[in-house]
Design a protein around this ligand. Sequence first.
Ligand SMILES: [Fe+2]
Length: 460
Amino acid sequence: MATVAEPRPVERPEIAAHPYTTGIHKPMTDELTLEELAVEGEIPHDLDGQYMRIGPNPLTAIDPAKHHWFVGDGMVHGIRISDGKALWYRNRWLRSTRVSEALGEEPIGGTRSPLSDTVNTNVIGHAGRIFGVVEAGGFPVELGPELESIEHSDFQGTLEKAFSAHPHRDPETGELHAICYLAPEMNVVRHVVVGADGKVRRAEPVAVEHGPSIHDCAITKNYVVVMDLPVTFSIEAMAAGYPFPYRWNPHHKARIGLLGREAAGDTVVWHDVDPCYVFHPANAYEREDGAVVMDVCVHDKLFHQSSRGPDDSRMSFERWMIPGDGAKVERAVIDPDPQEFPRLDERLTGKPYRYAYCTETNNAGSEFVGGNRIYKHDLEAGTRETHDFGEGRYPGEFVFVPRADGEDEGWLVGLVVNANDDSTDFVILDAADFTGDPVATVHLPHRIPPGFHGNWVDAE
Ligand SMILES: [Fe+2]
């Protein structure tokens, strides 16, 4: 394997010890370019593109008393696959102003939020470009083909305010739908639609209270689903200097809104739900009787004790039925085991579907990332398959890449941290042979700290 370390940056601070900067989470300290990667198995020749995954990797100083996992400087990792080969691996910090300064570079251009320009939560392909994305304020960062930060993007002058880390592409229209909020705006969130041309064509305000943190959403044929749950902006936490000022708020009513995809924001129909928090739905769709089904990874409570990361709250995978008429949401447990990062065959986003893929987590608070397994749920049969990577190996989110027309006919790809020898594997599984050996494993000689979300982007 050929290794090219990018020039080492100028002097930089030692990152203080914190549950999310030590152990498996210890940040990488260099930007690497690795070529001729070691591969076990055979990389399918019909895979041509790149897998990218993003997460926090602090470069600039943190206050260990107040730091939160979710606010660390963003780093993107990418692996280029083509013609049965792993051509390269690269990791790059996303250039927020503070990262550029720490690296001794001129800040990149573009539109920034005055609040924060750190982007660390998801990386997507859209309209022929690649973007790092984040919620609550930061504008997307457009990335180049080698993952270099190009500029902070307002989608060609069309994005007025904050975006989201979880836009969902409608497979029929190619448009992205997202629920977006800006941290200090306590009374409004927006349904933002980005056209297939990469420009915002709708930013419809929806009234809320208390500044809820709405991490994700779901779409169906006719609706966008708004998850207004009791984690809200905390002025007290902000005043006390916490860079992540969101807390569990027992005074905030938990409710799920159905908003017509082209309707006015004040026509949203709210449905009460038992207090809980959801980062991520797997998918949602409409039943014939008009009710909406949404499958979600549920946290009983969140940010009620810890100011460092997710709490040690009970987690499970549930199916919710949202009646559509304002009646209470009905919850049913699909799987009581803790899990997160639900994904599906996204050709079925917003439509009835059969399979959801999740990553095991644990309930041990700061170790949030602590499972060795990923799950495949057959929602029709009510069964679960498990792929166990073994002791000391920690999978992150696995992403579905289609191979043929049918649901589940494709690959599942993701990163698995190997704490046994401080390395990382990029693993390609055959989704239909979920429990079988990986089709191929690309070995990376270093540990990539656990992060958040990733996506596959086809070369074309
Ligand atoms: Fe997320």
